[in-house]
Design a protein around this ligand. Structure first.
Ligand SMILES: [Fe+2]
Length: 248
């Protein structure tokens, strides 16, 4: 009898501890606009891995739909990770930092450019979005945007135009250039502003994926509408953190 009582007590304590562990995770889910730990792009063995989304697949609804997020993250991003690992396998690139490869991108294989860019760009993209997001930045970032683009609305116009006019597939960016100035730019395919092949180089603080796979299920050919709604999911806390890091 004593033994049964003991087992019941252990089970109750375990259940309570499990429920307590779940609490912070649930709280985080309701406030996805908080800045979190950077997403891991590699595992402990140095293999590139698909990072978990920092929010649920439906967290960006109604602006970005659940199915698009499931396919975009689980299939497209996963494919970049798999293909990147395959492309660097058995080469010196296995032990290199992706940033060092990007800096000299023109000297490395196109498969690494496409899939290394794809992995970094998407990891970044998941981080600069969130639920209960959108609105306007504040503080130093807002001042810098207003100084550079006259107003926040004019900046939005220029950024959206860069995304809308990127022919085919690619990205629009807000970057900090080597003079510490904000610039709007765009890159084709999975290129990014770290790469020596980019027209305008710098540190990205905001970016939007304008590949059709990012919006076609919900918006079909209406890329400008997707870009308009993108503003409702921008995690300005994360963008501001990156800006302040970039101008340090
Ligand atoms: Fe994408």
């Amino acid at each position: 009898m004593k033994r049964i009582y003991k087992i019941m007590m252990v089970a109750m304590v375990s259940a309570f501890a499990f429920a307590a562990c779940q609490q912070p995770a649930n709280q985080n889910e309701t406030n996805n606009n908080q800045t979190k730990e950077p997403l891991a792009m590699k595992d402990q063995n140095g293999k590139y891995v698909l990072p978990e989304l920092p929010y649920a697949h439906d967290a960006l609804e109604p602006y970005i739909d659940k199915m698009t997020m499931e396919i975009h993250h689980g299939k497209h991003h996963q494919a970049y990770v798999t293909n990147l690992n395959n492309a660097i396998s058995g080469t010196e690139m296995e032990n290199m930092d992706l940033m060092d490869i990007f800096k000299n991108m023109s000297q490395y294989p196109v498969a690494v450019r496409n899939n290394g860019g794809g992995h970094w760009n998407h990891t970044f993209f998941w981080e600069i979005m969130g639920s209960n997001a959108g609105g306007k930045p504040s503080g130093k970032l807002l001042s810098a945007i207003e100084k550079r683009f006259e107003s926040f609305d004019k900046f939005k116009e220029e950024f959206s135009k860069a995304g809308a006019t990127r022919f085919g597939s690619g990205w629009a960016w807000l970057i900090v250039d080597s003079n510490g100035e904000l610039q709007v730019s765009s890159t084709p395919n999975q290129d990014n502003p770290f790469m020596d092949v980019a027209d305008i180089k710098g540190l990205p603080v905001l970016g939007v994926d304008v590949w059709e796979h990012a919006y076609y299920l919900k918006y079909q050919n209406r890329r400008p509408e997707y870009l308009e709604n993108f503003w409702s999911v921008v995690n300005w806390n994360e963008v501001a953190r990156r800006y302040e890091e970039a101008v340090k």
